[in-house]
Design a protein around this ligand. Structure first.
Ligand code: GLU
Length: 448
C-alpha cells in the first residue's frame, strides 16, 4: 500500500513533469504538501478520491494578448492571465496583479494560495487570480487607461458576478479598478458585483481599502493574545509601502505599537519614533513617488538602499507586506537574532521555505499569509454581499465583521493546531483548516 507521503511525492513528480518551469507554483505546492500528511492520514477517503491531484490542476487557465498604444504612438503588447483555480465553494475570487514579474507560475501560485485563504474566511468564495506583466510604474494615467481597457475587453468574456470576481493586487489599485469597471460596464451594462475594490460612488464597500492592513493587525493581535502577549508597546518592522503596508501601519499605531520601517523595491526608511502612514500614503498613492522621499520630509527618518530585512535593529514583530520571497534563510536568521518573536505575512508567500525552516528552528511564530492577509478578500466578499442586496453598510459594520472574521480565522487555525497536535505551527494549521473545507465540498460534489 502506498503511504500518504509516497502519494504526495508522486503528485509532485507529475507537477514537475507537466510544468517544469513554474518555480513559484512549485514552491507554493511544496509549502502546502509539507503540512498535509496528518490530514490525509486521518482522511483516507481524500486520497482515494484523488482530491489533491484534482486540486493542483486549475479548473481553467486563460492567457491572452493585450495590445495598446503608448503616449508616443508606439504599439505595445503585454500578456494577460486569469487562472480560475477552484470554484468548489463559490465563484472564483482573487485579485489582478500588474507587475513586470507576472507570469503563469506567479499567477498559479497566487491562485492556489487563494483557494485556501478564501476558504478560511468562512465566506462562499472560490479561488482565482490574474494579471499582466504590464508595469504601471512610470506610465501616464492615459497609458494605464488604454492598457486596462484593452485588458478588460478580453477578460470580460470570462468573468461575472456569479462566475469570477477579480479585484486588486500589486499594481492594481483604485485607479485601475475604476478603469476596469468602466470598460466592463461599457461592454456589458451595469453589473456592480463583477469586480471588488470599486470606488465608493459606484458600488465599493467602505473599509475595503483598509481591509488587508487592518485585518493583518486583527489577526496578529489574536495570535499574540494566544501567547499571552499584547501588541501595545511593541516595535514593528514593516516592509512595503503599498495598500497593505499603509493600513497595517495605521492600525498598528492605533493599537499602541511603533512601526519603525517602510520600504519599496529600492530601499527603506527607518524612524525610531514611528512611521506616519499619512505621509507614506501621500507619497505613494497621491504623488506616486518613492519611499526615499519620506526621509526628505521627516527629520527623524533615515533612508537606506537595499532590503529592510538586512538592516539590524531590535524589534518584536515583523510584518512583511511587500512581495513573495522577500525573506530568505539568511534574512530569517537575522530577524531572529534581532529579537523578533512573531512574523505575520501581509504579502503573499513572503518567506522562502528556508526562511520558514529557520523560524521553526529559532521558535519564531509565523502567521501565514493565507490566514493573516485574508482580510482584503474577506471584505471583497462583503462588498459582493452589499452589491447583491443593493445596500451599503457603514464603515463600523464592515470593520466589525472584518475583525470577527480575522479572529475566527485565528481561532479555526488554533483549533486545527490543537486537533493535529501542531503546537504553534499556524502555517500547517491554516493549510489544514482551509484545505478540509474545500476537500469536503469536492467530496460532496462528485468527480468533477
Ligand atoms: N489580492 C488580494 C489577495 O491577495 C485580494 C483579492 C480580492 O479581494 O479578491 O487576497
Amino acid at each position: 500500500m502506498t503511504t500518504v507521503n509516497e502519494y504526495l511525492a508522486s503528485v509532485r513528480a507529475d507537477i514537475v513533469k507537466r510544468d517544469p518551469n513554474q518555480p513559484e507554483f512549485l514552491e507554493a505546492i511544496d509549502n502546502f504538501f509539507k503540512t498535509l500528511t496528518p490530514v490525509l492520514e486521518a482522511h483516507p477517503e481524500y486520497v482515494k478520491a484523488n482530491i489533491v491531484d484534482r486540486l493542483i490542476e486549475p479548473e481553467r487557465v486563460i492567457q491572452f494578448r493585450v495590445p495598446w498604444v503608448d503616449d508616443d504612438g508606439k504599439v505595445q503588447v503585454n500578456r494577460g492571465f486569469r487562472v480560475q483555480f477552484s470554484a468548489a465553494i463559490g465563484p472564483y475570487k482573487g485579485g489582478l496583479r500588474f507587475h513586470p514579474t507576472v507570469n503563469l507560475s506567479i499567477v498559479k501560485f497566487l491562485g492556489f494560495e487563494q483557494i485556501f485563504k478564501n476558504s478560511l474566511t468562512g465566506l462562499p468564495i472560490g479561488g482565482g487570480k490574474g494579471g499582466s506583466d504590464f508595469d504601471p510604474k512610470g506610465k501616464s494615467d492615459n497609458e494605464v487607461m488604454r492598457f486596462t481597457q484593452s485588458f478588460m475587453t478580453e477578460l470580460q468574456k470570462y468573468i461575472g458576478p456569479d462566475l469570477d470576481v477579480p479585484a486588486g493586487d500589486i499594481g492594481v489599485g483604485a485607479r485601475e479598478i475604476g478603469y476596469l469597471y468602466g470598460q466592463y460596464r461599457r461592454l456589458n451594462g451595469y453589473q456592480a458585483g463583477v469586480l471588488t475594490g470599486k470606488g465608493l460612488t459606484f458600488g465599493g464597500s467602505l473599509a475595503r481599502t483598509e481591509a488587508t492592513g487592518f485585518g493583518l493587525l486583527y489577526y496578529t493581535d489574536a495570535l499574540l493574545k494566544a501567547q499571552d502577549m499584547a501588541i501595545k508597546g511593541k516595535k514593528i518592522k514593516i516592509s512595503g509601502s503599498g495598500n497593505v503596508a499603509i493600513y497595517a501601519i495605521q492600525k498598528a499605531t492605533a493599537l499602541g505599537a511603533t512601526v519603525v520601517t517602510a520600504s519599496d523595491s529600492n530601499g527603506f526608511v527607518y524612524d525610531p519614533n514611528g512611521i506616519d502612514y499619512r505621509i507614506v500614503k501621500q507619497i505613494k498613492e497621491v504623488e506616486r513617488g518613492r519611499i526615499k522621499e519620506y526621509a526628505d520630509r521627516v527629520e527623524t527618518a533615515t533612508y537606506y538602499e537595499g532590503s529592510v530585512w538586512d538592516f539590524d535593529t531590535d524589534y518584536d514583530i515583523a510584518l512583511p507586506c511587500a512581495t513573495q520571497n522577500e525573506i530568505d534563510g539568511p534574512k530569517a536568521e537575522r530577524l531572529a537574532k534581532n529579537g523578533a518573536a512573531v512574523v505575520a505575512c501581509g504579502a503573499n508567500m513572503p518567506c522562502t521555505p528556508e526562511a520558514v525552516a529557520v523560524f521553526k528552528k529559532q521558535r519564531v511564530i509565523l502567521g501565514p499569509a493565507k490566514a493573516a492577509n485574508a482580510g482584503g478578500v474577506a471584505v471583497s466578499a462583503l462588498e459582493m454581499s452589499q452589491n447583491s442586496e443593493r445596500l451599503a453598510w457603514t464603515f463600523e459594520e464592515v470593520d466589525n465583521r472584518l475583525k470577527d472574521i480575522m479572529e475566527n480565522i485565528f481561532a479555526e487555525s488554533a483549533a486545527a493546531a490543537e486537533e493535529y497536535d501542531l503546537g504553534t505551527d499556524y502555517l500547517a494549521a491554516a493549510n489544514i483548516a482551509g484545505f478540509t473545507k474545500v476537500a469536503d465540498a469536492m467530496m460532496a460534489q462528485g468527480i468533477i
